[in-house]
Ligand binder design. Structure first.
Ligand code: PLP
Length: 816
């Protein structure tokens, strides 16, 4: 189709005229994006069809990656890159007087996720398709993605993210593939021919309608599917159209309740209804996704005993754990298998990734809620629990405590992590430290029972989006220096290492970083009333706002620097720009106060004529994938300062590293593996280690108050949170932050790590002045970042967990 620029231009201009009835000159920016998007989507269509046919014919094992979140961001640029037509399309558009980068800005980010977990799922899809694995995503097509963040007077305000308002060009509705999902009602059990049968009655029936998004592999590769489900009413207004009929109102209530299932990513779960809705969403995804998988499997004509050799189902955290009882239900109730056979099949098909050891992340559902919403599923969970406890009883006779701690149902709650472990054949953590903590602490009891199930798969990111697309200049420089093999095999980036001291390469790296910084500075100046010095050091902390991620540590340190400047205006300090991006969960009160504090500190410092020459503080609104793509290439310092032991892996650390930033970090998550690769000198490590934190937690012998009283610099910044200070003005905004440290004893060890963090920041100040050695370290970081490409992670999942193989699809695509 696009064999050269001329044919592309022809197709594009024709499309504008045919679709819009306008000339190119009359078309708006959004028109142009839509037409281009459609054109590319149609171009993908044939390969997509071809891929599906090939998968059906080859009968290779299919992978289904279930996730309640897919934070995919924009697709236009990435699809062009992966199709191998980016350059051609960019130049052709230029000849038409259009700028591709500006057109890309028209696309609304698909923000169907919160942060790392959802973004990981998106990176995995990209790697699966590129490595030619038949691997598909299963998720929900929320009408509203993660809220849009506005900052008003320094406070976060949440607006609905109605990303579907403008048409979405990438997906296709497949009404013919809809399936029914049932909620509520009750179950009648009876014996029939010596077998128990279960009949589900008086349930609410909901249609799940899939929308498919093509996932294009890089260059000549497969087109997989991300299938997103949308909930629709299964009755029509039709016979209830008379308001005098009492069924009319029943129908309205029903259709409203159906609509709410795929309405919001993370409904507000502070109420019972909100929690129940979340559970409903989870079952909706599991049931719809599984029915569709089994329908495809049925075409093979194989018996269900072959399911584990033809299908691998992976659950991204515990959110889709109901797949386990749902698969049991289908095998037993619909396919007439016995319990043992169904259990063998299920536990050989499902694998699970754990993403957190935070207690709030461990999902639990009230028993009566599960029973009421999913009566048959609850019965199955109960039986799984009974059989599991029986097994434990045999292993640990008389150890009531241990068994109670491990039970799936206990204290009137269903514990999803326990169900996930018991019902899957593989449980993986997402970085070496995290996996070790799972085995030795958080899931120790389960590890003793199922040691062979536990394994590590360190997370990764796709270098195609995060380096090639986000930072084309650096990508080109890398290719000029070591050839293009790193694109197909990112671990080849290591070939940069021998060039790290090469001064011409260093100069080029520095020049590109400078250009990227200027570009970000321009973006900031266009959108915020702040001017940025592009030669200052760009120090970035961008991720979800959370206590354990310790944005507070960074702000307190900036306040400390400001105190030093006011004490000594001629202090020798390197100019820095601190850049923040973070959304706080809408009902996470303290996190929102930290956002306000960042703004108060920014206001004060940016206005100060002396201090603002040395420090600028910028908070970028509405952090998301597209904003991250602008930030990463310009960053020189990556802040990865979580309380050790809390950040399972981190993935922004990998994006920054790949773009040449140096990392200031605690020994947490994947930071440890980064340090093992680049060495101590090429990072700025500080703070307590996870064993030390665990020790303090065990013995309770850390007292924040004592530290506060004995350290003047700490006391000073803490007092500035509450006493009359430049930041507090008339209100008492930061009392709660103050209390969280001094009254409830600093759960995240902010004060304990303060001095060590400040010292690491001083090392940065000193080392940035040695520009040659800084650039050498930057190149060393890039060289070692290949390990953190998601291609490596996915290859490990494929061979060590899923036992599946690539299916090369020979596409009809023609390349220029
Ligand atoms: C990578 C990414 C994250 C994850 O960042 P962490 O620092 O690992 O928490 C969150 N949000 C967006 C938009 C990302 O791109």
């Amino acid at each position: 189709m696009f064999t050269n620029k001329t044919t592309f231009k022809q197709a594009f201009v024709d499309s504008i005229e045919n679709k819009l009835g306008k000339t190119l000159q009359e078309a708006s920016g959004l028109d142009i994006y839509n037409v281009l998007g459609h054109l590319i989507r149609e171009y993908i269509g044939k390969d997509w069809m071809h891929t599906n046919k090939e998968y059906e014919a080859q009968q290779e094992k299919q992978i289904y990656y279930f996730s309640m979140e897919f934070l995919i961001g924009r697709l236009l640029g990435n699809n062009l890159l992966n199709l191998g037509t980016l350059q051609l399309v960019r130049e052709a558009l230029q000849e038409l007087g259009l700028n591709l980068e500006e057109i890309e800005e028209q696309e609304h980010d698909a923000g169907l996720g919160n942060g790392g977990l959802g973004r990981l799922a998106a990176c995995f899809l990209d790697s699966l398709a590129t490595l030619q694995y038949p691997g598909h995503g299963c998720g929900i097509r929320y009408q509203y993605g993660l809220f849009e963040q506005k900052i008003i007077n320094g406070y976060q305000v949440e607006l609905p993210d109605y990303w579907l308002q403008k048409e979405y060009v990438w997906d296709i509705r497949r009404s013919d593939k809809k399936v029914g999902v049932r909620f509520g009602g009750h179950v009648i059990s009876r014996e029939l021919n010596g077998r128990m049968v279960y009949e589900h009655r008086d349930y609410e029936h909901v249609w799940a309608v899939p929308y498919d998004v093509p996932v294009v592999g890089y260059h000549y590769h497969n087109v997989n599917t991300l299938r997103l489900w949308s909930a629709e009413s299964s009755q029509e207004l039709g016979s209830y159209s008379n308001p005098a009929d009492q069924n009319y109102y029943k129908f309205l209530a029903y259709s409203r309740s159906v609509q709410s299932i795929s309405e919001f990513l993370y409904p507000d779960d502070s109420s019972y209804e909100g929690k129940q809705l979340r559970l409903k969403q989870q079952y909706f995804l599991c049931s719809a996704g599984l029915q569709s998988i089994l329908r495809t499997f049925d075409k093979s004509g194989l018996s269900y005993y072959h399911l584990p050799s033809k299908v691998a189902i992976h659950i991204n955290d515990t959110h889709p754990t109901l797949l386990i009882p749902e698969l049991m239900r289908i095998l037993i109730d619909d396919k007439n298998l016995g319990w043992e056979d169904a259990w063998d099949i299920t536990t050989q098909t499902i694998s699970y990734t754990n993403h957190t050891t935070l207690s709030e992340g461990l999902e639990k559902w009230p028993v009566h809620m599960v029973k009421e919403l999913l009566p048959r599923i609850y019965m199955i969970i109960e039986e799984i629990n009974e059989r599991f406890c029986h097994l434990l009883w045999n292993l640990y006779p008389g150890q009531f405590n241990r068994i109670a701690q491990m039970a799936i149902i206990a204290d009137d709650q269903v514990k999803m992590a326990h169900l996930a472990i018991v019902g899957s054949y593989s449980i993986n953590g997402v970085a070496e430290l995290h996996t070790q903590i799972l085995k030795e602490r958080e899931m120790k009891l389960f590890y003793e029972v199922f040691p062979q199930r536990f394994n590590n798969k360190t997370n990764g990111i796709t270098h195609r989006r995060w380096l090639m697309h986000a930072n084309p200049k650096l990508s080109n420089l890398i290719t000029e220096t070591i050839g293009h093999q790193w694109i197909a095999e990112p671990e080849q980036l290591i070939r940069l290492a021998p060039h790290a001291q090469d001064s011409s390469l260093q100069e080029e790296v520095a020049r590109i970083k400078q250009q990227n910084k200027r570009k970000l500075a321009t973006y900031i100046e266009r959108n915020y009333p702040i001017s940025i010095d592009p030669t200052s050091l760009f120090d970035v902390l961008a991720k979800r706002l959370h206590g354990y991620k310790r944005q507070l540590l960074s702000v307190l340190h900036i306040m400390h620097l400001y105190n030093q400047i006011t004490d000594n205006p001629s202090i020798d300090m390197l100019p820095r720009t601190f850049i923040f991006g973070a959304k706080a969960a809408p009902n996470y009160h303290l996190a929102k106060k930290v956002i306000k504090l960042i703004h108060s500190v920014a206001d004060t410092i940016n206005r100060d004529p002396i201090a603002s020459k040395l420090i600028k503080v910028v908070f970028l609104e509405n952090y998301g994938v597209s904003l991250a793509e602008k930030i990463m290439p310009a960053a020189e310092i990556s802040e990865q300062i979580s309380t050790a032991g809390k950040e399972a892996s981190g993935t922004s650390n990998m994006k920054f590293m790949m773009n040449g930033a140096l990392t200031i970090a605690t020994l947490d998550g994947a930071n440890i593996e980064m340090q093992n690769l680049v060495g101590q000198e090429a990072m700025f490590i500080f703070g307590l280690r996870s064993e030390e934190i665990a020790h303090y937690n065990q013995f309770g012998d850390y007292q924040a108050k004592l530290l506060y009283e004995s350290t003047p610099s700490i006391k000073r910044v803490m007092d500035q949170l509450i006493l009359n200070s430049p930041y507090t003005r008339a209100n008492n905004d930061f009392q709660d932050i103050y209390n969280s440290i001094l009254k409830t004893n600093d759960e995240f060890f902010v004060l304990k790590d303060f001095d060590s963090y400040a010292a690491a920041q001083q090392r940065i100040d000193a080392e940035y002045r040695q520009s040659r050695s800084w650039l050498e370290k930057s190149i060393i970081n890039i060289a070692h970042s290949g390990k953190f490409a998601s291609d490596r992670t996915i290859a490990e999942y494929a061979s060590e967990i899923w036992d599946t193989h690539p299916v090369p699809v020979h596409l009809a695509r023609v390349h220029s």
